[in-house]
Design a binder for this molecule. Structure first.
Ligand SMILES: NC(=O)c1ccc[n+]([C@@H]2O[C@H](COP(=O)([O-])OP(=O)(O)OC[C@H]3O[C@@H](n4cnc5c(N)ncnc54)[C@H](O)[C@@H]3O)[C@@H](O)[C@H]2O)c1
Length: 361
């Protein structure tokens, strides 16, 4: 890094604080933030440790001492904020979902291309070394062709009848709650790790509690990929005891690979004779994966470390490097396309074709 990246962060809740740690871990400094009111701005300055608060998003986007803006606010605010940042020609990290409609996501992706600035979306599970290890082994053909891609993303923070959050309101969260919030992470991880693209899917949306915002508490999605594999993912925010169980199994003829986000420092490699739990370490993981090790083997790495690695790669890209596997607005658009397909399939109770690449649709 030639100079300390000067970041602005908008949104000082759960993920804003995670971004703030990651900015500092990457050697950056948080110069500015803004909130909906002067009081909220003052609170955000304190929570994020920002140098100053400014009066509006427009002011923030126009500031000439900001190298990158991190958007960490509720979903429905992303499109307008990201558009303002891109209009100023400033690099942007916009939280997922990039937008609550395919149309907005496509417009933002086009704007980012026109502005020719780095525009990233934090699909941060890509940055676990164990995920990179699975990806490297799959690319090397260790398993043979993958034919079955399955998994879950289960949480329980909406298990109580009276539990609520802005995500429950479609006007803030979007038309799909659980798939749009966490299903997109699983699908991004699957497509990134395996290289397969979903081309067709069916979905059943489920509700544990009727009337909670009218959006799904969970979904079961069945899909086919462009390489002929079959797959399924179950997502839920009402699965008592499951906190953040993002889990996958990608199965080939000669091996299967399992990853569990709640135990992220190892990769399970299944074989017909022997199963192995491969721990992160310089002698166990390939170079592509070991490069994401931030701590010596045996010192567990977790979510914040993955987030730090993501932000560090974004900043490297802003400075002209080309880190591998950086999730961009194109991937945010992909997530919007998949979310729309899941909503349509759930509503129509039929299979829906999904373009393998965003611009075909
Ligand atoms: N990539 C990930 O792994 C990940 C994880 C969690 C959340 N997220 C995403 O991050 C976003 C925020 O989620 P969260 O869990 O931090 O929510 P949160 O409710 O904890 O925080 C949202 C923050 O935004 C502020 N805010 C709301 N409207 C604003 C506005 N107009 N201007 C400025 N500030 C405003 C709120 O005051 C609050 O501080 C969501 O889009 C969510 O999907 C991503």
């Amino acid at each position: 890094m030639t100079h300390r990246i000067r970041a602005a962060i908008v949104g000082a809740g759960f993920i804003g604080a995670v971004h703030a740690h990651a900015v500092r871990a990457a050697g950056g400094v948080i110069v500015a933030t803004t909130g909906r009111t002067p009081e909220a701005t003052a609170r955000a300055v304190e929570v994020l440790g920002a140098e100053r608060g400014v009066g509006s998003m427009a002011e923030l986007a126009a500031a000439d001492d900001v190298d990158v803006v991190h958007i960490c606010t509720p979903n429905s605010t992303h499109a307008e904020m990201a558009e303002a940042v891109l209009a100023a020609g400033t690099p942007v990290i916009c939280e997922k979902p990039l937008a609550t409609s395919v149309e907005d996501a496509r417009r933002l992706t086009a704007r980012a291309a026109e502005a020719d600035v780095l525009a990233a979306v934090p699909f941060v599970y890509r940055f676990y070394p164990a995920v990179r290890e699975a990806r490297a082994r799959i690319a090397a053909g260790e398993a043979g062709p993958l034919w079955l891609l399955h998994g879950t993303y289960l949480q329980d923070w909406l298990a109580a009848a009276d539990a609520t959050n802005w995500r429950v309101d479609p006007a803030l969260g979007g038309g799909s709650r659980t798939f749009g919030d966490i299903g997109v992470h699983w699908c991004d991880l699957m497509e990134f790790t395996t290289g397969h693209r979903i081309v067709r899917l069916a979905a059943r949306m489920g509700t544990a509690y009727e009337g909670r915002g009218g959006t799904e508490d969970g979904a079961v999605v069945v899909f086919e990929t462009d390489q002929g594999a079959s797959g399924s993912v179950v997502v839920s925010q009402v699965s008592p005891g499951r906190k953040n169980r993002l889990w996958f199994s990608f199965d080939g003829q000669a091996a299967s690979y399992c990853f569990d986000q709640e135990h992220p420092d190892s990769l399970w490699v299944g074989g017909t004779a022997v199963n192995r739990v491969v721990m992160r370490g310089p002698d166990t993981f390939s170079d592509a994966a070991a490069g994401y090790a931030r701590l010596p083997a045996g010192h567990p790495q977790g979510y914040q470390d993955a987030f730090n690695a993501f932000v560090s790669d974004v900043y490297a890209a802003i400075e002209g490097q080309k880190p591998e596997g950086l999730p961009t607005f194109m991937d945010g658009l992909r997530a919007a396309v998949l979310t729309q397909a899941v909503v349509t399939a759930g509503a129509e109770q039929s299979w829906v074709e999904v373009p393998a690449w965003n611009w075909d649709s």
